[in-house]
Design a protein around this ligand. Sequence first.
Ligand code: KG4
Ligand code: ZN
Length: 335
Amino acid sequence: MHILGIETSCDETGVAIYDSNTNEIISEEIFSQAPKHSLYGGVVPELASRDQVTKLLPLVSMTLQESGISHNEIDGIAFTKGPGLSGSLLVGATFARCLSLGWSKPCIGVHHMEAHLLVNLLEKKPPSFPFLTLLVSGGHSLLINALGICNYIVLGQTRDDAVGEAFDKVAKLLGLSYPGGPEIEKVAKFGNPNAFALPRPMVNKNHLDFSFSGLKTAVLYTVKKEKKPININFISDLAASFQEAIAETLILKSKKALLETGLKQLVIGGGVAANQYIRERLQESLDDTEIFSPNLERCTDNGAMVAVAGYHRLKHSPITEDFIEVKPRWDLSEL
Ligand code: KG4
Ligand code: ZN
């Protein structure tokens, strides 16, 4: 089976074709709008969807051409139905439904966070259900007991800012550009992770929810107290201390969830999972747990994750989208 995947939940426009016989992505294209939004210090929804309207058709044409197959050999068109920015989601949904009508192929609405999770099935050594999943992106921080395709129990989630959002806001406070995660990771390499005593939010509570806004505020007060202009050593030390506070919080919550569920595999995903420091800290701290993570470029939003998730959804429950509908807010446990 060949599934075309279209990702437009936020500011990326990603397209890919998945071949289920080889479990491989045979072609993929992505257009990042990061330079456009960095001028504003964050994503401007109206600009994001306008750009996607113009990029989607050429990206789909290029992806098809590079795959070496014709549109007759595509067995389904998957798109991100939610959660995400409504304008951006509508661009992908409308495009996918029109293609599906034109080509007479099923149209599959995919949950963005399920796609971040299922992209791990593309790896040479994939996890097997059930497993614990830690999804950390710009919009979500989730701990999930993944029982099977479409079968998820949300064990914990953020009560305020998502992890990626905290990275982006702290980067802004430190005068770094958008998206903040990779920028913080870069400067943190030169800093001391123990330079500042920042809080580890909610780690002593007996639930599995997260909260990152207090950590962000602690960074704000540390910056306010520092003599101006702030120097690069201060920025590196604070970035490294912030990154360590996030890493430790994720480790402690994951440990707790592993203990409570008895699960032995941890799958990570979402943009923040691209952070090498966090990956290494999880690895060294959870040494009795098998950790699965996607390729770095498959952590942030991409078309491949939607194509893979679309295939598994179609196989699991062949529901196709007749109408153009998106779900900007959509709980994973509703699947
Ligand atoms: O999954 P994603 O591409 O989009 C959403 O679904 O939200 O995640 C984007 C988020 C951004 O907040 C970005 O700053 C963060 O992932 N991110 C990182 C890194 N790369 C991207 N955070 C920390 N370290 C990174 N290397
Ligand atoms: Zn995402």
